[in-house]
Design a protein around this ligand. Structure first.
Ligand code: SF4
Ligand code: ZN
Length: 375
């Protein structure tokens, strides 16, 4: 969100190489900066409009966009390139869509597209500060403290029956739509993809099932899904589209669960890499024992509580441990799992098969080994 004099309406700038200077099949970094001025624009709307970039870009023929924040993957097909697509056209597409879809809050838009890694390194700091501030605003809000959750069906553009249910303690699986974002989005577009759902009668407190959420799900999934539990992955769990930041999977031999992330390309103890896993549990179906989640959901107090919560995690990539270390330790202490719980979780340096991590878990006396059987 910018002041009026900082935004030249319609301006598009590309910093770094254009597509003609990129060899076919190569990989480049991409920064997208959207400066918006609007008399009715609010800071609370920033995250909402940012998430629309995902949705808008997928409208482009031959263009593909997944994930969120500073973790996105984008692809430009050879056919799109042959048809004359340029990096600057991302700007044209976004300006047109922001102005047509949000005329009430967007008065002026300018877009800067950055393909120069050095400039991205500088600018990404600004973005990360904003992400932290957004996450911080959610602290203190609990699922019990509100009577309304929100749906998100933004990803139905490529997973037609997928429905995310966003609660204060469970961010959308893309990690980019929090309860506050969904609420703001609904204020901007009351008939849009984020609908308020008054929870109503609770059918199962432990597994997190509410009557009204089921009713909503049935309609929004085009009658393909009847019931959903918010707090477990073992019984009618939430569906996954394809945007998940991380995937949880059951490891039967260890009586625990593992997590892997989009950033981790390597093998995992469930026998699948992130990409293979994404193929099995994506697409908007309920897959028992597998679930896509946002990274920050892991440290939520509503992290699969019906399955034993945080104490169930027996494996995750080292990078994820480092990313969550401080907050995960805080959560572990609060749950009575001890300050060293994170060190009881195996990672790729310990092993990438169930057999190879089991001795480590036994040596560390990992709590999952003595929990009630998962299956
Ligand atoms: Fe919405 Fe879920 Fe898609 Fe995120 S992953 S944009 S919360 S439907
Ligand atoms: Zn999605």
């Amino acid at each position: 969100m910018c002041s009026a004099d900082a935004v030249e309406d319609g301006k598009i700038e590309v910093i770094g190489p254009e597509i003609d200077e990129m060899p076919e099949g190569s990989v480049f970094p991409l920064g997208i900066m959207v400066d918006i001025y609007g008399r009715k624009m609010q800071e609370d709307f920033e995250g909402v409009l940012e998430r629309r970039i995902h949705y808008f870009i997928n409208y482009g023929e031959g263009l593909w966009h997944v994930a969120q924040r500073d973790l996105c993957w984008l692809r430009i097909s050879k056919a799109a390139k042959a048809a004359g697509f340029k990096i600057r056209h991302y700007g044209e597409l976004l300006i047109a869509k922001f102005k047509s879809d949000y005329p009430a809050i967007v008065d002026r838009v300018q877009i800067t597209l950055i393909t120069d890694a050095k400039v991205i390194e500088e600018k990404i700091v600004i973005a990360r500060e904003r992400y932290q501030a957004r996450d911080a605003r959610l602290k203190g809000l609990t699922d019990e403290s509100v009577d309304t959750f929100y749906s998100c069906t933004l990803c139905q553009s490529f997973a037609p029956n997928h429905v995310c249910i966003v609660s204060p303690e469970r961010v959308g699986l893309c990690g980019a739509v929090s309860w506050l974002d969904a609420k703001a989005s609904n204020e901007i577009t009351p008939t849009g993809p984020n609908q308020p759902i008054v929870k109503g009668e609770c059918l199962d407190e432990q597994k997190g099932m509410w009557k009204n959420l089921n009713t909503f799900l049935y309609g929004a999934s085009h009658q393909t899904l009847e019931e959903v539990n918010l707090y477990t992955l073992m019984d009618r769990p939430m569906t996954s589209c394809g945007c998940f930041e991380a995937i949880i999977a059951v490891l039967p031999m260890t009586n625990g669960v593992m997590l892997t992330t989009r950033e981790h390309a390597g093998e995992t103890p469930c026998g699948m890499t992130f990409s293979t896993l994404a193929g099995t549990c994506g697409g908007g179906v309920q897959t028992l024992g597998f679930m896509g989640v946002g990274r920050r959901y892991i440290i939520s107090s509503k992290f699969i509580p019906a399955d034993g919560g945080l104490g169930r995690i027996v494996w995750m990539p080292k990078e994820l441990k480092d990313y969550l270390r401080e907050e995960l330790t805080e959560r572990a202490v609060a749950l009575g799992l001890g300050t060293d719980f994170i060190d009881k979780i195996a990672d790729e340096t310990v092993g990438t098969t169930e057999e190879s991590i089991l001795p480590f878990l036994e040596e560390k006396k990992h709590p999952a080994l003595t929990m009630t059987p998962l299956m």
